[in-house]
Write a new protein. Structure first.
Length: 130
C-alpha cells in the first residue's frame, strides 16, 4: 500500500511540475510576441498629414482630420498648433481603451510634429480657452 501511495504522490508531483513548466513557457512566448508587436507598432509610426479643426460641440475641442478623412483626437497637441486650419505632419500612436467626452475620432498621442502651414483660425478666441 505504501508503494502505491508513494507512486501516486510522485506522479502527482510530476504532473504539477510539467503543468507549471508549460505555463511558464507559454508566458515567455506571449511576452516575446508582445515585445515583437510593440516593436513593430513603433516601426510602423509613419508621418501623416492632418488638418487641425476646431469643433464647437461637446464643449469645444480640436481634432485632427487626415487626408482620407480619418479622425484623430489629440490628447497632447501643443497650444501653438491649436489654430483651426493648421496643417501638420505628425507621428504618434493610438491610445487604446480610452473614452473621451467628445465621442469623436480616435484618442491619439502625438509624438512628433512638423508644421506645414499655420491656420488662419480665430486665434484670440480659440486659443485662450485652452
Amino acid at each position: 500500500m505504501k508503494i502505491i501511495s508513494t507512486l501516486v504522490i510522485t506522479l502527482s508531483l510530476l504532473l504539477v511540475a510539467c503543468s507549471q513548466a508549460n505555463h511558464e513557457q507559454g508566458a515567455e512566448q506571449q511576452s516575446a510576441k508582445t515585445g515583437t508587436t510593440e516593436v513593430a507598432a513603433k516601426q510602423k509610426q509613419l508621418w501623416q498629414q492632418v488638418t487641425v479643426k476646431h469643433f464647437e460641440f461637446e464643449g469645444g475641442f480640436f481634432g485632427l482630420v487626415g487626408k482620407e478623412g480619418q479622425r484623430l483626437l489629440p490628447m497632447n497637441l501643443s497650444k501653438e498648433y491649436k489654430v483651426d486650419g493648421t496643417v501638420l505632419k505628425i507621428k504618434g500612436h493610438i491610445i487604446k481603451d480610452m473614452m473621451t467626452i467628445q465621442q469623436w475620432g480616435t484618442a491619439f498621442e502625438v509624438t512628433d510634429v512638423e508644421l506645414i502651414k499655420l491656420g488662419k483660425g480665430h486665434e484670440s478666441n480659440v486659443n485662450n480657452r485652452y
